[in-house]
Design a binder for this molecule. Sequence first.
Ligand code: C2E
Ligand code: CA
Ligand code: CA
Ligand code: CA
Length: 277
Amino acid sequence: MKDDGKNNYNIFKPIPNSSGIERLTLEHSIRKALQLDEFVLYYQPQIDIQTGDIIGTEALVRWNHPTLGLIPPAKFIPIAEETGLIVPLGEWVLKSACIQNQIWKEKGFPPMGISVNLSSRQFSKYDLVETIKEILLETHIDPQYLELEITESMTMNVDVAIEVLGKLKELGMQICIDDFGTGYSNLYYLKLFSIDRLKIDQSFVRNIMTDSHDADIVATIIAMAHKLGIDVIAEGVETKDQLDFLRSQNCHKVQGFYYHPPLPAEHIEQLLMKTVA
Ligand code: C2E
Ligand code: CA
Ligand code: CA
Ligand code: CA
């Protein structure tokens, strides 16, 4: 299941009902935007709540449109996935995120992870491994700091996915299941793939203080992750109460507006300078 993409962007109308013509126009615009280098990455800090340190960031793409301004991914990722443009766009995201993470390292900040979202469309292509190998060579990023976030989806070809994942693991990367709890065969996937981390979906985190069911689900996912020796992070943490609940359940890594929204690279650097100082 995908996010509704509401967040802070509800000024934009959702795309699903757009006509064929609109889709074609949008496809053409995305292609052009790639050529004109109009996409930008924002980075959302991931926090170790025991130390308060930024332990990594998640790269989240936006379209910096010359007249419409900053367009959120919910407006163009679905079309990019449908048209296959997610492959070149995803490659741009991967490479740019690795370059940025290396820039931070070269500036002397403590090494931290960079998480990149992969759509299942990218994931079920064998070339992904070659593409990533090239990016590792070109950017010199240490693969242990590169985390790939994948979501389970019905469209994923499991055999291809197992093989691709195996090769990516051999290269030394981290694999995280994003939106954990919302997909199709979560537990089955845990058995099939060697997963390093689970990211608890924000739809559960949102209600932990009001819905005891959701609180139980979150607590159970955390306990299961611990038992299986898999790292766990919660996303969409917005309040102190949510944070305290997660802490009480021994989930010590979080991402969310309570700490920081996704931010431009320069802004991340200011935050890093504060923590180093
Ligand atoms: P996601 O991977 O689940 O990313 C988390 C989304 O939650 C982000 O929305 C982030 O801004 C938002 N978020 C973070 N903290 C909070 C919080 O405390 N409260 C709330 N309400 N929301 C929070 P964003 O950046 O609009 O991205 C939406 C989705 O677009 C992502 O969901 C991901 O599925 C997709 N996406 C973004 N960048 C990429 C990309 O480079 N490649 C692919 N394939 N998908 C991407
Ligand atoms: Ca999501
Ligand atoms: Ca994600
Ligand atoms: Ca997510």
